[in-house]
Design a protein around this ligand. Structure first.
Ligand SMILES: Nc1ncnc2c1ncn2[C@@H]1O[C@H](COP(=O)(O)OP(=O)(O)OP(=O)(O)O)[C@@H](O)[C@H]1O
Length: 759
């Protein structure tokens, strides 16, 4: 199993691991970062620096427990730095605890240091090349995986851990398992490496051991001390300290000696290795440890203690007397082979060709040296290093934070623009429909339904407030683009100079105030419809540009040369006569023909009189909702006044009049008195007409009656007073004739006789 694993759910891609990895052994996957096993040297930096604890040591607790319960003898070896971790108990108590777990013997790894000390002294004496110490497994991995040219410089001696393993296996004739307990992560690689395999069975960290004690309920500080096993080490115990290896190996070290160089910590070690690889230095021996503070600073160290305390604990352990029980087998043991070989494990990454890096830099908006911020947010030291990593498949383009921020900022701008557009639309129109059932309105609706689904440009004409914009919206709604934006622009509300940039966008710096590139409304409407209201008011320059857009289907941002393709349907509106414009020269004839492909004329409200009551109630409903006021309806007299009123401001005026009346009324009904004075006047005129009509009726009545009486008398006379005959002559029913006689107080023959007498 690989010694360091990623808990992918915990990884938040902060790139701390990328930043802290000295050898580019981290690959960025879609949602987490992963260790590249072939490149990793086990230094544990990625683990120590991960704020989310997403990189952890692979768990060896289970395998340890398996060995302990297998019935086979298992021997524990305590790494040299153990006193700086288990400082709440004595070594004897630790030994007792380990025995309780089932270990048959407990040794100190420091004895292994003393096993290899002689080998080191010999190697130095016989050195023909600058030697690199091989007791730090991270350094060995660094050379094997990244600087294979230095493999022959490595001292061909095993680490003290492997030395101990081999020694114990020999004494136990291979019948015991050896578990080494340490703070070193790289040691886990060494346990598995081909050249050192078999010496140690498991490398358990101090923390893992601590968790086993906890799990078993063993409190070390309360235990009776038990002796440790094997040969008691001496100077080997100071090996884990910074520069402790020379004393432990018995090598005279002079601080002024340039032949024997010692270095600890990533930066120093990397520097020396690079110098050696480049042939810049050639000392006799470089003694290296990848961890700062030597082996007491390993990734599995006790982090609650300072380096100073850890150092003191190791030194005081060295000075103390420790209970030991050394069996004869260890005293009689034959020497064991401590040599080893190394392998070339170099895994080459692809090298970018000329232009590859540039292409990647361009993709993250870096065109000049100044654009390369080298901010390290991606984890790489420079933008170029990062671009190379992208090329090598280790990093991806999304890791560049400044680029991401810029993109987000742009996206935010686009969203704000979209939001503003949508809000503007919603505020003004909501989901309004064309109301009205008069002949003219129905005709317009028919035209809208016909032209809507086609891609044809539409020119909507009509007086102000007749619903031209509403018609444009309806056309868009009936079109096949109704899932795409409808962008409306009133050409008179923006100054001429700004309108052009508003419509077509502008390049950064194209005019004062153009601090960043801006997309135009034509682009915002891409795929949908643009409605240009008051088209008769645009400048000749804009007319020319608009013609270009309509002819070529592309826009040219202000200050830019490159055109952008747009797919936009145009609906224009005007209340001006464009024909007059063409005649008088203020409107381009070619644009006029381009716009006037299909024209719809919105009738004025005075030509939709039949729909006035319906519209009035529709707007009352809207006002009621807007004002949240309880209003039942509109008084009959007020409706009549509206029907009579000429509505110069058309439907918009009606909407305003009703909303105003709804505000003013104190009753639950809108009355004539709530309408502007002009309505009361038009109502009074109508009332006067009615009065005149009545007086006419009054005047006419007596004349009609007189003529009617005379006629009846004549028919009666002609019929010789015979009523039936008279009715026949008059061609009306007899019953009706009798009613008329009664109405005028006449009688058949008597009438005649009297008439004759009168004559
Ligand atoms: N038939 C209708 N049914 C319902 N509401 C209407 C109708 N016609 C117009 N309106 C409303 O009247 C108001 C004015 O309409 P619109 O803005 O479409 O007119 P316009 O002709 O474009 O005006 P202008 O020429 O001044 O721009 C809007 O609130 C609109 O919703």
């Amino acid at each position: 199993m690989y010694p360091i694993v990623t808990i992918t759910d915990h990884c938040r891609k902060c790139y701390s691991c990328v930043r802290s990895c000295p050898v580019k052994a981290i690959k960025v996957e879609k949602s987490y970062t992963e260790i590249i096993a072939e490149r990793c040297i086990g230094c544990g930096n990625c683990m120590s620096h991960c704020p989310q604890h997403a990189k952890v040591i692979a768990d060896n607790v289970a395998v340890t427990n398996e060995h302990l319960s297998s019935g086979e003898p298992v021997v524990a070896v305590l790494g040299c730095s153990f006193p700086s971790f288990f400082h709440h108990c004595s070594p004897g108590q630790l030994s007792a605890g380990l025995r309780r777990l089932g270990f048959v013997e407990v040794h100190e790894g420091a004895s292994g240091v003393e096993l290899i000390a002689g080998e080191y002294r010999d190697a130095i004496d016989n050195a023909k090349l600058p030697l690199i110490s091989s007791h730090c497994p991270a350094v060995v991995d660094l050379v094997e995986r990244h600087y294979p040219q230095l493999i022959e410089n490595l001292v061909g001696v095993v680490t003290h851990m492997v030395a101990m393993g081999r020694f114990l296996k020999q004494v136990w004739e291979g019948k015991a398992k050896v578990i080494y307990i340490s703070s070193c992560i790289a040691g886990k690689f060494e346990v598995q490496a081909e050249q050192t395999k078999g010496a140690v069975d498991v490398l358990l960290t101090y923390r893992e051991l601590e968790s086993i004690f906890k799990e078993r309920g063993i409190d070390l500080a309360t235990l009776e001390e038990e002796p440790l096993d094997g040969k008691e080490p001496h100077m080997g115990r100071i090996f884990p300290l910074s520069q402790g290896s020379f004393q432990a190996f018995g090598i005279e070290a002079d601080p002024l000696d340039t032949e024997v160089v010692t270095a600890e910590g990533e930066v120093n070690v990397m520097g020396i290795i690079k110098d050696l690889a480049a042939g810049r230095i050639s000392p006799k021996l470089v003694d290296l440890r990848f961890c700062y503070d030597g082996c007491i600073g390993g990734p599995g160290r006790n982090q609650a203690l300072t380096e100073f305390s850890r150092r003191n604990l190791v030194i005081s352990h060295h000075r103390k007397r420790i209970p030991y029980r050394t069996s004869q087998a260890y005293l009689d043991a034959a020497p064991v082979s401590l040599s080893r070989t190394f392998a070339d494990k170099y895994a080459k990454l692809p090298t970018p060709k000329a232009g590859d890096v540039k292409k990647i830099l361009h993709a993250t908006n870096k065109f000049t040296q100044k654009d390369e911020l080298n901010c390290r947010a991606c984890g790489y030291r420079t933008c170029r290093e990062y671009a190379v990593a992208v090329f090598q498949g280790l990093a991806d383009l999304e890791m560049c934070l400044p680029h991401n921020l810029q993109q987000l900022e742009e996206e935010r701008g686009r969203l704000i623009e979209k939001y503003e557009l949508a809000k503007r639309e919603l505020d003004r129109y909501g989901d309004e429909f064309i109301v009205g059932s008069d002949r003219n309105t129905l005709e317009v609706l028919d035209q809208i339904k016909q032209v809507g689904p086609t891609p044809t440009t539409v020119l909507v004409r009509g007086e102000s407030g007749t619903g031209k914009e509403l018609a444009a919206r309806a056309i868009h709604r009936y079109s096949k683009r109704n899932d795409k934006p409808l962008v409306t622009v009133n050409c008179t509300t923006i100054t001429d100079s700004l309108l052009e940039s508003e419509l077509f966008g502008h390049k950064k710096g194209s005019f004062t105030g153009a601090i960043m590139e801006k997309k135009g409304l034509f682009e915002a409407a891409h795929g949908g419809t643009i409605f240009l209201d008051e088209i008769g008011d645009i400048t000749p320059k804009l007319q020319a540009e608009l013609l270009r857009v309509l002819d070529l289907g592309e826009v040219r941002p202000v200050g830019g040369t490159a055109a952008k393709r747009v797919d936009v349907r145009l609906i224009a509106a005007t209340n001006k006569s464009l024909e007059d414009g063409v005649r008088e020269g203020w409107f381009r004839e070619d644009l006029y023909y381009r716009l006037n492909v299909f024209s719809i004329t919105m009738p004025p409200l005075r030509e939709r009189v039949e729909s006035i009551p319906q519209l009035a109630h529709y707007f009352l409903e809207k006002a009621r909702k807007k004002l949240n006021k309880h209003i039942d309806g509109i008084e009959e007299r007020a409706v009549s006044a509206m029907v009579k009123y000429p509505w110069p401001g058309n439907i918009r005026e009606m909407q305003n009049v009703i909303e105003r009346a709804a505000v003013l009324t104190h009753d639950e009904i809108i009355k004539l008195g709530n309408l502007p004075l002009a309505f009361a006047e038009s109502y009074a005129e109508e009332a006067e007409d009615v009065f005149d009509l009545r007086s006419f009726k009054k005047e006419r009545e007596p004349h009609v009656l007189r003529v009617e009486k005379k006629l009846i008398q004549r028919y009666l006379a002609d019929a010789g007073g015979n009523v039936s005959k008279a009715a026949q002559l008059a061609n009306i029913p007899r019953r009706t004739f009798y009613r008329l006689l009664a109405k005028h107080g006449l009688k058949g023959r008597t009438i005649r006789a009297r008439e004759e007498a009168e004559d």
